[in-house]
Design a protein around this ligand. Sequence first.
Ligand code: FAD
Ligand code: NAP
Length: 338
Amino acid sequence: MHIENDVPLQNLNTFGVPAAARYFAEVPDVEALREALAWAKGRGLRVIILGGGSNILFTGYVDGLVLRMAGQGIDVQSLGRGKRLVSVAAGENWADLVWWAAKAGYGGIENLCLIPGTAGAAPVQNIGAYGAEFAEICRSVTALNRRTGEEREFLPQDCAFGYRDSIFKRHAEEWVITNIKLLLDKAAPLRTEYGALQGQLAAQGKERPNFLDVAEAVAAIRRAKLPEPKDLGNAGSFFKNPAVPAALYENLRAEHPNLPGFKQPDGAIKLSAAWLLDTAGWKGKRIGHVGCYARQPLVLVNHGGADGGEILEFSETIQADIAERFNVRLEREPVVYP
Ligand code: FAD
Ligand code: NAP
């Protein structure tokens, strides 16, 4: 294991904000992970786990050890009848995995196409898009307990998966995910209920789409709507879409008849955070080096030269404004370090 000192993190987070780690190491396997955790424990250092840095906001110097998950390896096991159990090491690239599955005709993850980051981070916020989420295809998540060094295999029901949430996000200082197992299926049902996806498939003339068609349609929408982090730093949606009580939704609708709302299994109504931001005039707005992306206001962008503190402050100004206008509290999605 090679531990480096004072390593810049600017190229390791998709916001592209300046930050540095006092100590840094690439972790290729479980043994190296155990060794690194023991090294940090012996020195009383805080440890931060890093994947692709696409859901993180660094606000300053990390006075601890940053471990970058770099374990590679994909193993495919046939379960018969077109079903495949796919075991993926935490450091594998998620987007590549989706393209591989869609091209091989294995369904279940095609809607999660083009989400940046690592496979090991997918369970952390139960990544989701276009009506699909990680939890649906998860067979198990293997994670190492930071305190004891022991590995445990979590079944989906033990992961407390929620909307952009899981036990691994809530207890970020406890577990390090080393491997995930997915159940993919050649006969998986297609999820094409999102209006934009239906429109894109129709525009591409795909009346009976396959998994690859859906992945390509999602990719086309995302490329048109979302900024490429290498061109404009960002971490995707900065706020979760809020679920509010039905009574509040009705109150808001009396004032805003075109407010979109999606009923949740528990009776709450999920609002579009992008709609709230757009209606409040945030779309395309810029303060200093930070702004709301013109084609999708939910995406906060670093126009160049922003640091994490400036992005955080901008996001708090938005939260205060949305709370005042709509009585809705927007919850941040990316994790803020240190
Ligand atoms: P990181 O940003 O490196 O880490 C995120 C968090 O997970 C941190 O707290 C980190 O400590 C922890 N973590 C990372 N790896 C591990 C591990 N192995 N074990 C334990 N903890 C770990 N998200 C969606 O859900 N849906 C989308 O559609 C979506 N679209 C996006 C589009 C763009 C352009 C961008 C930039 C981001 C988007 N995201 C989306 C957010 C992000 O890509 C996902 O959350 C992704 O899973 C983060 O992966 P990562 O490897 O970059 O994680
Ligand atoms: P969108 O499709 O314009 O939808 C806006 C909002 O309406 C979202 O809250 C979405 O919920 C909801 N919605 C739309 N159609 C729905 C339906 N048929 N049933 C239930 N809910 C519906 O959103 P977008 O911003 O362009 O993003 C498209 C998808 O990619 C969304 O699923 C979004 O979550 C995902 N995405 C996520 C990130 C990220 O960083 N987390 C970044 C980009 C895109 P959901 O959010 O629950 O889907």
